[in-house]
Design a protein around this ligand. Structure first.
Ligand SMILES: *Cc1c(COP(=O)(O)O)cnc(C)c1O
Length: 383
């Protein structure tokens, strides 16, 4: 059996172990400590955000953002439909009602036109959402200028799910710094990882202070344990923040490698597009900069001599090369089957015909050779 080529595997640099070791030597194993503070500061600089709380996951960051915006049972929250379930699950934790908004076909993220339509209808019904959650999928920034100006028009705050987009920006303004809140994830397959972790970003100091309070069991200031709020255990540990510090040092290298992967794939497929195929990519609009976390392709069989996404996925799987269909939209998920959604067919088509290709920053030349050989074989059957 050939060795496995992963979609996106952790890629550790040279400083992570040094920081983790430092945590052990100084006995800062207990949650919080100097690495957490330094990691938060590093993230602040990287994302040009004024305030950052390091947390146990991206999911917990979204949950706290909803709580801080006062989202309660029965409230409505708009969420991008084309995303990972973690964008939407915290809405349900609050007993609130998600309404899903489809994507536009350029960035594959929340469609501002549909958003405006949905907000208009919500206003007419007398029940505006308490928050809007757009997502920067696969590292590609959503159309934030349009989304924010529409959200502002209706006075609804935005929680920016930038879990996949650390290092991405629009006109040099980093993803995560646009909304009332920005959310990052450092899960194992993300562009940098702490093995598990996340962060909440905001311009509002008081909100981040409250997030830290809620994330550490909401202890009132008293010598004994005193509580006047329901708290959570959502803080990042000092050991994991040490890994994060090391990973932040190599973030720009990781982004460069992933962008290079994208260019390689694009160059590779161009010869087939010249030969009559029509492989489509997620393209950066003018001024947009994607970290290219994952390189994804769209293959519509009717435009590709009958070649399907599944044919590629299965042939790659046979060679022990991991690929994956794009995210299954939330409006198609059984768990959200009764939720309302505003659709235009874009995410349905992306899910049906889209594929994520191996995109790790540690892919080797030999692995690329195996991937391209496998693809050459598939294409040769469709000429
Ligand atoms: C990974 C991810 C999350 C959740 O982050 P965790 O750290 O795994 O909880 C949320 N939204 C999107 C779009 C993600 O890709």
């Amino acid at each position: 059996m050939k060795s496995k080529i992963w979609l996106s595997s952790p890629h550790i640099g040279e400083s992570e172990l040094k920081y983790v070791n430092e945590a052990f030597v100084t006995n800062w194993i207990a949650p919080l400590g100097p690495h957490v503070n330094a990691f938060e500061h590093g993230l602040q600089v990287q994302t040009k955000s004024s305030h950052v709380a390091a947390l146990s996951s991206g999911t917990s960051a979204i949950h706290l953002a909803l709580i801080l915006l006062g989202v309660k049972a029965g409230d409505i929250v708009f969420c991008q439909s084309f995303t990972f379930s973690a964008s939407a699950n915290p809405i349900a934790y609050q007993g609130a009602i998600p309404i899903f908004i489809d994507s536009e076909s350029e960035t594959w993220n929340m469609d501002p036109i549909l958003l405006k339509f949905a907000l208009d209808e919500a206003k007419q019904n007398g029940k505006l959402p308490k928050a809007i959650i757009p997502v920067h999928l696969y590292g590609m920034p959503a159309k934030m200028d349009e989304i924010l100006s529409i959200a502002n028009e209706y006075g609804v705050p935005v929680i920016e799910d930038a879990a996949e987009a650390l290092g991405s920006s629009i006109e040099n303004k980093p993803c995560g710094s646009y909304g009332e809140f920005g959310v990052l994830s450092f899960n194992g397959n993300k562009i940098i990882t702490t093995s598990g972790g996340g962060a909440l970003l905001s311009e509002n100091a008081e909100m981040i202070e409250k997030a830290r309070f809620l994330a550490t069991q909401a202890r009132d200031s008293a010598p004994h344990y005193q509580h006047s709020h329901i708290g959570y255990n959502y803080r990042m540990s000092n050991v994991l923040a040490g890994i994060g510090r090391g990973q932040l040092e190599v973030l720009s290298d990781r982004v460069a490698s992933r962008r290079n992967n994208f260019e390689r794939y694009k160059h590779y497929f161009s010869k087939y597009n010249i030969a009559g195929f029509n492989i489509h990519f997620q393209e950066e609009p003018e001024g947009y900069y994607s970290n290219r976390w994952l390189t994804c392709i769209l293959i519509e069989p009717t435009k590709n001599k009958g070649l399907t996404r599944e044919e590629i996925r299965l042939a790659m799987d046979n060679e022990n090369i991991e690929t994956r269909p794009l995210w299954k939209p939330m409006h198609q998920q059984p768990v959200f089957s009764t939720s309302k959604s505003y659709l235009n067919g874009v995410s349905d088509k992306l899910f049906e015909n889209g594929l994520c290709l191996p995109s790790g920053s540690n892919l080797t030349e030999h692995e690329f050779e195996r991937i391209f050989n496998c693809l050459d074989n598939i294409f040769s059957k469709h000429n």
